[in-house]
Design a protein around this ligand. Structure first.
Ligand code: SF4
Ligand code: SF4
Length: 309
């Protein structure tokens, strides 16, 4: 594993021979066929088609570079008349000071001699990072990198470089040692989505599956479950591997009470769109259009949950 800093963020990476990933492909197919994964159509749209096989457009691919990029937790800070309300915004959803293209360019230069390095769009990233040994699974189904916890972003790139070593863990992916004597995330999950054994998280019951897309939230989700502007941090905040990292709220966007009102209404007009862009760190119009209704609904749900606390 190699480590550098890129635009102030820690970047780790490893290189694995494509041929050495046959075990990962086989495990991925077995899990997909086992019926243990959710059949929810949204979840299926996330995982179907993922593979460790390079696409036909990259016949030159000889190895897979997998990168772990540290992320900075963010909060939205609303300054209201009766005090400040902070709303976590998981960094995996928003803009980043380091883009995928930044990482690709950096790796292409750093790996040296590679004439090709292209984003591997359809690789199961968590399994890739775990198989290469950059991260370990937790009971909560997330990948954890040493010292960074689950506050990370995973990326993968096909390269035409031969890897000097196979680059994978012969024994396959591993769980955190700590999980053997911990079940904090199982207890903290507001929707009971995490099994008590080491099975797959039940994505059909995971709050994130519903609050990152448009539409009404299912009635069975407890009203008190909402804990972030998007996604869910309950099983990360309680985790001894991640809690400390997530408490370091590095990126803060401040808003007035009027802006909170606009964000909750979610109308397509310039002031609201500017607030959405600032909240998400994604000013592209397609991203603003996608986030606006989701943020509006989620902020209303978050504030309702907060009033019940
Ligand atoms: S993200 Fe939230 S709902 Fe999903 S498994 Fe973790 S705690 Fe449960
Ligand atoms: S909270 Fe405990 S059981 Fe869950 S992933 Fe973290 S260490 Fe493992």
């Amino acid at each position: 594993m190699e480590t550098r800093r890129l635009n102030g963020l820690e970047l780790r990476w490893g290189l694995a021979e494509h041929a050495a990933l046959a075990g990962a492909e086989s495990l991925w197919k077995d899990v997909a066929a086992s019926g243990r994964l959710s059949g929810h159509p949204v979840f299926r749209s996330y995982v179907e088609g993922l593979s460790f096989e390079p696409p036909g457009t990259t016949p030159w691919a000889r190895s897979l570079a997998v990168a772990v990029l540290a992320t900075k937790p963010r909060v939205l800070r609303f300054e209201l008349e009766d005090g400040v309300v902070t709303v976590p915004f998981p960094s995996c959803y928003g803009g980043s000071p380091v883009s995928r293209e930044d990482v690709r360019r950096f790796l292409a230069e750093t790996l040296g001699g590679s004439s090709r390095c292209e984003a591997a769009e359809s690789v199961p990233l968590k399994l890739a990072a775990a198989w290469i040994g950059l991260a370990r699974y937790g009971r909560n189904g997330l990948c954890h990198a040493p010292g960074l916890g689950s506050s990370i972003r995973l990326l993968a790139f096909w390269t035409d470089l031969p890897a000097e070593e196979p680059g994978v863990r012969p024994e396959g992916p591993a769980f955190l040692d700590r999980c053997a004597s911990c079940s904090a995330c199982v207890r903290a999950c507001p929707t009971c989505a995490i099994p008590t054994d080491y099975g797959c998280v039940d994505a059909t019951r995971c709050l994130s599956l519903y609050n990152e897309i448009e539409g009404d939230l299912p009635g069975w989700i407890p009203a008190r479950a909402h804990n972030a502007a998007i996604g869910c941090l309950a099983c990360q905040r309680c985790c001894p591997e991640s809690g400390r990292v997530l408490a370091d709220e590095a990126g803060t966007a401040a808003f007035s009470a009027a802006e909170l009102g606009l964000l909750q209404e979610g109308r397509d007009e310039p002031s609201t769109n500017a607030a959405v862009a600032r909240a998400t760190g994604r000013p592209e119009i397609d991203q603003v259009d996608a986030f606006r209704p989701v943020l509006a609904r989620n902020l209303r749900a978050f504030l309702a949950a907060r009033r019940m606390a």
